[in-house]
Design a protein around this ligand. Structure first.
Ligand SMILES: *Cc1c(COP(=O)(O)O)cnc(C)c1O
Length: 388
């Protein structure tokens, strides 16, 4: 694999910034958000950005300025969303283990909807809402039993799974809500996995939702909102050729396959596809080490700064952004005392020496936000390109 086409980076500005750091291309993020608004707007769909992909304050503020809603999976995410300018009335809150504190915080802020994952959770939300004299709007997170053909650690839509209600339990949950004093059922919610590039999984989801809608209707229940979750994949191999996910095809697929009823709104919760491609982890080469049969490039970023390769065997394209020399083959590794701290083996890089800067591409999603201080390392800082 050649590295001839590289991303565009303001390398001279990077010289004064302590490495490793996250760099977010604001122009690409803006273009992505414009495309999302245009393509979803064609059909009147409502987009809630999944905060868990990247909660960098400047990134969040930029996203909220485009009028997107937020999808949160913790009380602190709800708080961060509100602080970054997302309207509480556009916030949805999912998660299998919402604590009383988190639920109370969301109730106090009158968020749009709780995406509920179990009957015990419904009971607690009803009790807490009753104490506050409020009605909590809830949607049932349903496990549609669809194989998203993605990595096993990020598939969520199969039947036996900690997330959501199985198809068999929906009726019981809907009856519970109907009888509960302070709950209002406003919709159904699905999230079948992440990094989904095989669109047939979404077609399967549409079929399942259509069937389910018929069933709800036969029981006299009309749902105002259908939420299809997130999961749209991006191209990790070729970020320069495919800087954006296929939003046009994604929204069109739902408009063609999903039978929305009169007055119903479709919601979605993209995370990765909003922020992944605009972000790179910039790291400096500490040493180039000649092994017995290979050369190691040892960089100052590690699995603590970008855990996806170690956790999911994920591929991130690596570019040497300060060298135009002939390409050579290296293993690119971090400094952490774990043998899984390898970013990539046998990667072609322009000849690399100590002090060069490498960019680990497509790192805007599940990068900075998953960083840890293992080995007592400093957390990497994230910079929006506008601000450096
Ligand atoms: C993680 C998550 C998302 C976002 O998933 P992406 O694959 O990043 O688009 C959306 N909704 C829920 C409920 C999630 O847990």
């Amino acid at each position: 694999m050649g590295n001839t086409i590289k991303g565009q980076f303001p390398v001279s500005k990077f010289k004064n910034i302590e490495t490793p750091f996250y760099y977010y291309d604001a122009e690409l993020l803006r273009n992505t958000l414009t495309t999302i608004k245009e393509e979803s707007g064609k059909y009147g769909y409502k987009v809630h950005y999944a905060i868990k992909a990247n909660a960098n304050h400047d990134v969040l503020a930029l996203i909220s300025s485009y009028g997107l809603g937020a999808d949160c999976v913790s009380g602190n995410e709800v708080k961060a969303a509100i602080e970054a300018g997302f309207k509480p009335s556009d916030i949805v809150f999912a998660g299998v283990g919402k604590t009383d504190k988190e639920i109370n915080f969301a109730l106090d802020n009158d968020i749009f909807c709780f995406n509920v994952e179990s009957v015990p959770e419904l009971e607690v939300i009803n009790d807490l809402a009753t104490i506050k004299g409020k009605t909590a709007k809830v949607a049932l997170r349903i496990n549609p039993n669809i194989d998203a053909h993605t990595h096993q650690k990020i598939t969520t839509g199969l039947n036996e799974n900690k997330f959501g209600f199985s198809m068999n339990d929906i009726k019981f949950a809907a009856d519970f809500i109907a009888k509960a004093s302070n709950l209002e059922l406003i919709g159904v919610h699905f999230h079948i996995g992440s990094q989904i590039t095989d669109f047939s999984a979404y077609e399967d989801l549409c079929v399942r939702i259509n069937e389910l809608q018929d069933e709800f209707e036969s029981q006299g229940i009309t749902l105002k909102n259908i939420n299809i979750g997130g999961g749209l994949g991006i191209n990790y191999e070729h970020p320069n050729h495919f800087p954006m996910a296929d939003f046009e095809g994604y929204f069109r697929l739902f408009s063609k396959n999903l039978k929305l009823r009169e007055g119903q709104t479709l919601h979605c919760e993209p995370g990765r596809s909003v922020v992944a491609q605009c972000g790179s982890l910039i790291t400096k080469v500490t040493y180039v080490k000649q092994g017995t049969n290979k050369k190691f490039v040892i960089v100052d970023a590690g699995m603590t700064d970008l855990i996806r390769p170690a956790l999911y065997d994920a591929y991130h394209r690596i570019e040497n952004i300060t060298s135009d020399e002939q390409e050579e083959t290296y293993d690119v590794v971090g400094p952490i005392c774990e043998s899984s701290d390898v970013f990539q083996k046998e990667v072609s890089l322009n000849e690399t020496k100590r002090g060069d800067l490498l960019a680990l591409r497509s790192a805007g999603a599940y990068g900075e936000i998953m960083a840890s201080r293992y080995n007592l390392r400093d957390l990497p800082v994230g910079y929006l390109s506008d601000k450096i």
